[in-house]
Design a protein around this ligand. Sequence first.
Ligand code: SF4
Length: 488
Amino acid sequence: MSKHMPPAHPFDDDKLKEECGIYGVIGLTDASNFVALGLHALQHRGQEAGGIVCYHPDHGFNSARRFGYVRDNFTKQSLMETLPGPLAIGHVRYSTAGSKGQTQIRDVQPFFGEFAMGGAAIAHNGNITNAEALRRELIERGSIFQSSSDSECIIHLMARSLQRTIPERMEDALRRVEGAFSVVAMTRTKLIGVRDPLGVRPLVLGQLGDGWVLSSETCALDIIGAKFVREIEPGEMVVISDSGVDSRFPFRPQKSRFCIFEHVYFSRPDSIIGGRSVYETRRQIGVELAKESPVDADLVCPVPDSGTPAAIGFSQQSGIPYAMGIIRNQYMGRTFIEPTEQIRNMGVRLKLNVNRALIQGKRVILVDDSVVRGTTSRKIKEMILDAGAAEVHFRIASPPTAWPCFYGVDTPQREKLLAATMSEDEMREHLAVDSLKFISLDGLYRAVGEASGRNKACPQYCDACFSGDYPVAPSDQIKNGFELKAAE
Ligand code: SF4
């Protein structure tokens, strides 16, 4: 871990983590201030570091990159005054690719490049699955990398393109890239947004007065009062300038495979994805879960906060009362204290506490969004039993996470995933709970609006972390020994 950042808290390693949030604004005075607010609303997508690049006709390009929360850095007037102009992009980061766990300031995006036709900056959400091969090739051909981030490949590929304009060079560069990418970029006069042909990671377009906004999620449009216009389509590039929004589709068309886990966990519940409220989808997951795996009990309790909408749905469907059986300390920040061994042993108790008066003597259904390593689930179960619960039943709002993600989400190696090595029954025994049930993949698809479930021949979403069915072969990882699921 970087000497600049305190280590993550012990319970933080038992969730999949979205890697990045991206944001861009054109046509608004002091665009950086809007970008800072947008990044603040996207902080759940990356808490390790953030950066902003902006352009002002009199002051040129300026940038700032900082470790830590947006609110602790990009609210300072002294800093924001150095980021003038009507055009800015930003990025919040949780490191996965590149210097995993040892972020250096040079790895913090947006990245900037000076080209013959002017400067350009890019911010990338996703993961390039052929980055190792590209990097090797680029270095052999003379590129000098400044960071260990895979996203920097895009800038070097742009530098080598023979196209005339920066958007055309971006198209060229991104055609060489495999994996998942949503990109926000800027030149002196243009804001550019691109989504990979599968549309794995999100990107939306908003409007505020005469200005335009690109954002990972709609919740970050709301914070500045921008109107949601539409999602950027999979495989689409939008180039926004004084003349408006120009849309093009520079990639070979493919069937889209949006990340289904955005619905389950990554996106904020107040965001809208594909015309559906994330909150409502999560509530519906609880409804499906209650239909698939009912159990006789006294209370339905969420593991806060991400299990809350599914627990509400479970309670509504089952008729079993909903209760806040676990209370989350809202003020636990990364900077609270460094986890010494003693603190580490307290583990999850630092963040969650059982509402003893409610739980005592009760048969409790705990609803959580996912089980990754299972370490946190075990500790939560112990806390509930210590508080005197008569029975503990886990209901999980996603299918077993048995495969790592290579598309911009931090997952442990496959052997560390509980579901990769154990059946559902073995997991129940390992967690020592009275029952454990996950929503089925079909049930999850129904909850996101696919009435007949998953289309096996042509899945509507990326669900590789549950199914092992990777929409783009992760070529770097395969070269490094990762084995794809055998054909069924
Ligand atoms: S593997 Fe899982 S987390 Fe990764 S993009 Fe696919 S569904 Fe999302």
